[in-house]
Design a protein around this ligand. Structure first.
Ligand code: NAG
Ligand code: NAG
Ligand code: NAG
Ligand code: NAG
Ligand code: NAG
Ligand code: NAG
Length: 294
């Protein structure tokens, strides 16, 4: 091959590389001091991040409200505590401590989690969260047998930043775990887009809201019922008929969950409340796939 041809080839390769990676930004963390920072006292005194406002220009009309009320159930299996769901502690701007809910999702390397981007990155100030660690199966203010795992890398989509925090609000965590965390905690599959209504279970660590459990941000709570589609501008959302509260924000919405054997598939992430209804975006699995592997 002559030189000119090789440099053409290189340019083409660079363009292809950019086409696949330009929409993703990531940050890598030094995890040395992450675990020692999070003392029990600090953990118990940390507040959840508030949910973002959604539908800034939209109110839900009465016929929609009635549709939302249909399908409501509120049962809870007391054994519903998968290790694949956990609490995420972190710091904003190296000062303000916060908690979010995160979950382990299936990946080739076995050490991948998902939560909302607004737990990881502030699009208004361009500041990354740091000092993050994940406690799989954390409950009653106590760690599970899997303890605490530092977050060593996060990947988020530029679509979230370009959309000023109102779309694509989910990001990928890479855990600093010696081995494959998902083989121990279990994990949620992903990639199935359901029809509606669809039975789901959702999990979180609420400090308020309408879930039937002790709501002090240290208990792993769950709710089962039907999710429906709100096929309306500004974009379609899926919703359930109750307010899950702050702290449960960013928790997983899961279909085909039949414990103890099948954890099921992630199909949503708690995003925001309007009129006592909890909303999730319709997940873009192509985006999730590229956040994990591209
Ligand atoms: C309420 O919203 C639903 C769903 O978007 C729409 O089909 C219906 O026409 C609206 N009703 C009124 C009275 O605006
Ligand atoms: C969910 O919706 C389906 C279809 O409308 C219905 O058959 C089912 O009973 C609902 N499930 C719950 C738990 O309400
Ligand atoms: C972040 O922290 C720095 C230094 O502590 C401070 O100057 C800045 O105002 C903070 N930014 C935000 C958005 O809180
Ligand atoms: C889903 O994500 C992919 C990859 O980032 C993007 O190309 C595509 O436009 C997105 N689809 C929708 C419906 O937003
Ligand atoms: C983040 O994306 C980069 C490339 O875009 C990829 O190499 C890396 O594996 C991804 N990280 C995670 C945590 O999935
Ligand atoms: C039509 C309308 O009400 N637009 C408003 C939507 O919300 C943004 C931000 O809150 C406002 O700036 C617009 O005026």
């Amino acid at each position: 091959m002559n030189k000119k041809y090789i440099s053409y080839l290189l340019i083409i390769l660079i363009i292809i590389e950019n086409a696949f990676t330009q929409d993703i930004i990531s940050k890598t963390y030094n995890t040395e001091n992450t675990l020692t920072y999070w003392t029990k006292e600090r953990m118990l005194n940390t507040k959840p991040l508030p949910k973002p406002l959604i539908f800034k220009n939209k109110t839900i009309n009465n016929s929609e409200k009635n549709m939302i009320k249909k399908n409501m159930i509120n049962t809870r299996d007391k054994n519903d505590k998968p290790f694949a769901v956990g609490i995420l502690f972190g710091q904003k701007n190296s000062t303000e401590n916060f908690i979010c809910t995160a979950s382990v999702i299936r990946s080739d390397d076995g050490n991948t989690g998902i939560t909302a981007v607004h737990c990881l990155y502030d699009w208004e100030t361009n500041v990354w969260a740091d000092n993050m660690n994940f406690w799989p199966g954390y409950d009653h203010g106590e760690q599970s047998r899997y303890g605490c795992v530092a977050v060593k890398k996060v990947n988020i989509s530029l679509l979230y930043i370009n959309g000023e925090g109102l779309s694509d609000d989910y990001g990928i965590l890479k855990f600093n775990y010696n081995g494959r965390l998902q083989d121990n905690t279990g994990c949620f599959g992903w990639g199935i887009q359901p029809g509606y209504p669809v039975e789901i279970v959702t999990f979180g660590y609420p400090e308020d809201g309408e879930m039937d459990c002790v709501k002090d941000t240290s208990n792993l709570c769950s709710w089962r019922g039907n999710a429906s589609l709100l096929d309306n501008p500004p974009q379609p959302y899926q919703y359930i008929p109750l307010d899950l509260g702050d702290g449960s924000s960013k928790g997983p919405w899961v279909i085909k969950n039949s414990p103890p054997n099948n954890l099921g598939y992630l199909m949503g992430i708690t995003y925001g409340t309007v009129d006592s209804k909890e909303f999730s975006e319709i997940l873009n699995f192509t985006l999730i796939s590229s956040l994990i592997t591209s």
